[in-house]
Design a protein. Sequence first.
Length: 347
Amino acid sequence: MTDGVSPWAEVLYAIIGLGLVVYAVTGGADLGAGLLSLFAHGPRKADQERAVRRAIAPIWEANHVWLIFVIVLLFSGFPQAFAALGVALHVPIALALVGIVFRGAAYVFHAYGIQTAEARAGWARVFGWASVLTPLALGAVVAGISSGDVRVSAAGVTTGFLAGWTTPFALAVGLFALALFALLAAVYLTAETSGALSDDFRRLAVVFELVAGACALATFLLAGRYAPALFENLRSSAWTWPIQGATAAAAAGTLGCLAARAVRLARLTAALQVTLVMFGWGLALRGHFILPDVSLATAASHPEVLPALVIAVVAGSLVLVPALAYLFWIFKREDDASYTGDHSDRS
């Protein structure tokens, strides 16, 4: 427990972190699928694009509920943090929202619009590039939170609108997020397809695993200059190297499973890898929403609000989680045949 902080605030902070993790491994994979669709290539290019659309069709809207969940908890439980984030980082936040909106609209117009093939191809490109923009913008938000450049006083945000998210570190974090999301999408699609099409996605998963490793190293090295408080928290903490080791082991496990074609197990190791990355970042913040000025102690709502929020979340989860699990089961159940590239599938 953090000194001077209500345990209810810490529980709510942890729930927000859990919501971000779930969004990363579900909605992040959907965003990564857009990147795979954009750069589909080779003799099975059309089949790769159809496989992407088929995989995300049932759940591409549902996964964004986790982002909404996080935002609602943030402004309800920690209004000072919500206000500071909304002011200091409104540009990358707005860019992320623009990407999400354009991505969704483009997907619908492409999948269900009665248009020419040329127009549908244009919407497919919008879908792909919007799927690239959103992770980059979300990574910039993460970098801004972590950089220490965003300063907040009792009067509000005191730094400019470009502070913290326009550095090489921010670009590295955005590319790292994009690579992890593309990795998740490629691994998931490897498991949901078969034959030569599955091998295409398996090779892409290996490539993006290696790219993610390079981006992770670049992010860590750049943090020393552009996010010194975060870097010091990482360097001095006793849990840093165990978590880094576990993350590396999960990455190696994903590569090993892909090489052995144990693709269902690879889905678990890839999701674990992303979860550990998020967990390590959350611990490095050490109870802050924005380093170094906005912490749990300064951002929490009125004490009577916090327990009510936690109880509401638990009660709501009893409805939400089974409903989402049922949705996934309906569309991803085991008796569905793996997709091999049937050209009759247009959606």
